[in-house]
Design a protein around this ligand. Structure first.
Ligand SMILES: NC(=O)C1=CN([C@@H]2O[C@H](COP(=O)(O)OP(=O)(O)OC[C@H]3O[C@@H](n4cnc5c(N)ncnc54)[C@H](O)[C@@H]3O)[C@@H](O)[C@H]2O)C=CC1
Ligand SMILES: O=C(O)[C@@H]1CCC=N1
Length: 273
């Protein structure tokens, strides 16, 4: 596979983690550029990889094969208008990782013929354990799909979704999802401390339990309900806790929370489109 020249617009947390993963996977740092108006972002990035940095978006995108838009949704319209002149033809693939910015909006800001992949990654990409959903518009070629897959696979697993609106569900699941697990683990730590454990012990046991449960799900060929049943002895302690979760409506609570996240992604698209 050819090695594309990749230009990142925005060199914050997500860009830095993707670049770290790409370089660790063998992508030459000289083939990666990053533009950001904030010197501190570029400085932090330089500590991760010796990529080419600048503070001029047009300079960064000129001649690049792939442009990755890694800025906050609120500045996407301005950034797209900015880079439009640097994208001399329609052969440059544009990948956006911004929540709630539609392909229609990006095409109206950059050009209708632009090949665009919209992607929703998550912060565990920082550790190479990310989970990303991707959707491509009809201008994207087979090679560009491979490039997008190669780039996001450098920081975790990827899944292509068949419809753009599926990305709202991906945002509600894996994009925001790390925060749900942090919240649950915060609550478990608090409960264990109130039952008498030290904060340090409660935190260590909670984190290891979370990691162990996730690894059981990934590595054992069993569905989640069966894994849960195997922890739950009849008349035992887990059953007592699970009954309490179910009686308090945990499943509806999770469903409502994820619907709120998906609705917010949709509303952001309308606000910023
Ligand atoms: N943090 C998260 O959990 C996730 C974030 N995202 C998306 O990733 C995108 C980036 O998020 P983060 O990396 O967390 O943000 P960040 O704030 O760490 O990075 C954004 C960078 O953009 C730079 N920037 C601002 N204006 C600019 C301009 N006009 N031109 C070039 N660069 C500019 C900022 O200086 C900053 O370094 C957002 O759109 C967000 O929706 C997607 C999935 C998960
Ligand atoms: O909260 C947000 O809007 C972003 C998108 C997914 C995770 N963080």
């Amino acid at each position: 596979m050819t090695t594309p020249v990749i230009a990142f617009i925005g060199a914050g947390n997500m860009a830095t983690s993707i670049i770290g993963g790409l370089v660790a996977a063998g992508h030459p740092a000289q083939q990666i550029r990053a533009a950001d108006p904030f010197a501190e972002s570029l400085q932090r990035l330089s500590e991760v990889a010796p990529v080419v940095t600048c503070n001029n978006n047009i300079e960064a995108v000129t001649g690049a094969d792939v442009v990755i838009l890694a800025v906050k949704p609120q500045v996407m319209a301005a950034v797209c208008a900015d880079i439009r002149t640097g994208l001399a033809d329609t052969s440059t693939l544009v990948i956006s990782i911004a929540a709630g910015i539609t392909i229609d909006s990006m095409q109206s800001w950059i050009g209708e013929d632009t090949p665009i992949v919209r992607c929703m990654p998550n912060t565990p990409a920082l550790l190479g354990c990310g989970a990303s959903g991707l959707y491509a518009n009809s201008n994207v070629t087979a090679q560009q799909r491979d490039w997008a897959a190669q780039i996001l696979s450098a920081v975790g697993i990827i899944d292509w979704v068949p419809a753009e609106h599926d990305l709202d569900a991906v945002t509600a699941l894996s994009g925001s999802g790390p925060a749900y697990f942090f919240l649950l683990m915060e609550a478990m730590v608090d409960a264990a401390v109130s039952q008498g454990l030290s904060l340090e012990t409660a935190t260590r046991l909670t984190l290891q339990t979370g990691m162990g449960a996730a690894r059981m799900g990934l590595e054992k060929d069993l569905d989640l309900a069966e894994l849960r049943r195997r922890v739950t002895s009849p008349g035992g302690t887990t059953e007592a806790a699970v009954k309490e979760f179910e009686a308090s409506g945990l499943r509806k609570l999770v469903s409502d929370a994820m619907q709120a996240a998906a609705d917010r992604a949709d509303a952001m698209a309308k606000e910023m489109g």
